[in-house]
Design a protein around this ligand. Structure first.
Ligand code: 5AD
Ligand code: SF4
Length: 473
């Protein structure tokens, strides 16, 4: 049993993380023979990519994937800690799984991901959910074979969650969801400590992968036929700052573009670290997509300061204008939190003001959720929930208006789309994204799946567009 600890998780040691190569021990390779697994994933792209690693590890152990949770011999929940409602969703699911386990006591049930990195959650599991089999954190996914082997041998809760981040694990296998688009981690953890955010505790100290390992992974993906990579990190603009090298995110982006991969994206950016050189690289390389997710969080300087965001409303708008000036077709999306402790009507108006200035292509909007152990959770918060909900509603109305307006500019235009597969809405259509990350349902043929084709936009909605293949060339 290894419990997470909040104080440990907060520490930033000077210890250099080691890079170690993942390898599965032979003795674990047949443990899953004739057994199936099912994973439910909550939260961000980082978690989705972790799930791709977990799936591949399980398949090395001979487990097979099933889409039907009720049939699975192994059920894993890969959890998210970012807001309280993720907690409720996960424990609702745990309740459902308990019934399954009552009728099939031999199934193995596990929890992993960010939530279990929280000390309070680990304690909750030990006191109320002792019937779970394995619990492991974000730092020890590579230990899954050993943990599972223990669980198969002895039927008792096996909880191993470390708070001090471990090494950078290279060569972990991945069973990727897509054959055309791939996530590529460039760094782990975050050192920004925005006052509301649990991520620096659950994902630990910032650790950048070496450029050689990242570029090699991209080159391998090209060989395997991938068309698009998304460089992934909590704050990609801080890439390399923890390494003793004179090489930053703009260099990495440029070198990734030079591999010749057809599309490069990156998420998530922090406005504070966003350099002019980044903008130049995006403008210079046609295969770096003109799309930036640039979280604002709040438009009020007072709230930004309380959030520890290190920029003002004016600095944010200056950066925004610079991007739009140098890359005019760049789509910009954002994240906004309403109802942060101390947010007055005036502060909220400042946020609306920035939205009216930036007219975002789209945005994720949230009501502030206090996360235990973060500084913001201790701040005095007198705003009633009803007011916060009203603000969220008002903000969403505005966001939707601008999202639709941004899409309307595409009407009758010809744009490139990477066709991914059949559309979820209409089986006769095929879905994909433009270079600017707009979802498009295209009237085309299935031989275009996996290709970037030109399409003509025939209809626009708030969150998607319709198009036909453009054969005019
Ligand atoms: N409450 C509400 N929203 C949050 N986010 C992060 N932490 C919290 C919190 N405690 C939002 C931020 C971030 C996005 C991933 O989630 O907007 O950019
Ligand atoms: Fe959280 Fe801020 Fe780090 Fe983003 S940059 S993960 S919001 S602490």
């Amino acid at each position: 049993m290894q419990m997470p600890n909040l104080l440990e998780a907060k520490k930033r040691t000077k210890i250099e993380p080691k890079t170690i190569n993942y390898e599965i021990n032979k003795e674990y390779k047949n443990l899953g023979t004739n057994k199936t697994y099912h994973i439910k994933t909550y939260g961000c792209q980082m978690n989705e990519h972790d799930t791709e690693n977990i799936k591949a590890i399980l398949e090395q152990m001979s487990f097979k994937e099933t889409d039907i949770m009720e049939n699975a011999d192994l059920i894993l929940l890969n959890t998210c800690a970012i807001r309280e409602n993720a907690h409720n969703k996960v424990f609702g699911m745990v309740g459902r799984i308990k019934h399954l386990k009552e009728s099939r006591p031999n199934i193995i049930v596990g929890m992993c991901g960010c939530m279990v990195q929280e000390e309070v959650i680990a304690e909750e599991i030990i006191s109320k959910y002792k019937w779970l089999d394995i619990v492991f954190g974000t730092h020890n996914i590579n230990e899954l074979p050993r943990l599972l082997s223990n669980s198969l041998q002895e039927k008792k809760l096996n909880l191993e969650v470390y708070s001090i981040e471990g090494d950078i694990i290279e060569n972990m296998p991945a069973k990727r969801d897509s054959k055309y688009k791939a996530w590529v981690n460039i760094m782990y953890g975050c050192d920004k400590f925005c006052t509301y955010c649990i991520v620096p505790y659950t994902r630990g100290k910032q650790r950048s992968r070496t450029k050689e390992n990242i570029i090699n992974e991209v080159k391998e993906l090209i060989k395997d036929g991938y068309k698009e990579v998304t460089l992934l990190g909590q704050n990609v603009n801080a890439y390399g700052k923890d390494l003793d090298v004179n090489y930053d995110m703009s260099d990495l982006l440029e070198e990734t573009a030079q591999t010749g991969i057809e599309r490069v994206r990156f998420i998530t950016s922090h406005p504070w670290d966003f350099t002019d050189k980044m903008i130049e690289v995006i403008a210079k390389y046609p295969n770096v997509m003109p799309y930036i997710h640039l979280p604002l969080q709040s438009g009020s300087n007072k709230i930004l300061k309380l959030m520890g965001r290190r920029y003002t409303k004016e600095e944010y708008i200056t950066l925004y204008n610079k991007i739009k000036e140098i890359i005019p077709n760049c789509a910009i999306t954002t994240d906004i939190i309403v109802g942060f402790p101390g947010e007055t009507e005036e502060d909220f108006k400042d946020t609306l003001d920035v939205v009216n200035t930036c007219k975002y292509d789209s945005a994720f909007t949230f009501i502030f959720s206090p996360r235990e152990g973060t500084p913001a959770a201790k701040m005095e918060d007198n705003t009633p929930l009803e007011t916060k909900e009203q603000r969220l509603y008002e903000l969403n109305e505005l966001i939707n208006k601008y999202a639709r307006q941004a899409n309307e500019k595409y009407q009758d235009k010809v744009v490139p789309v990477l066709i991914e597969g059949p559309s979820g809405k209409n089986k006769d259509l095929f879905m994909g994204y433009t270079d600017t990350m707009k979802l498009v349902n295209v009237n085309t043929t299935k031989d275009n799946i996996g290709k970037i084709i030109n399409v003509k936009i025939t209809d626009v909605k708030t969150w998607s567009m319709d198009a036909v293949e453009d054969k005019s060339e």
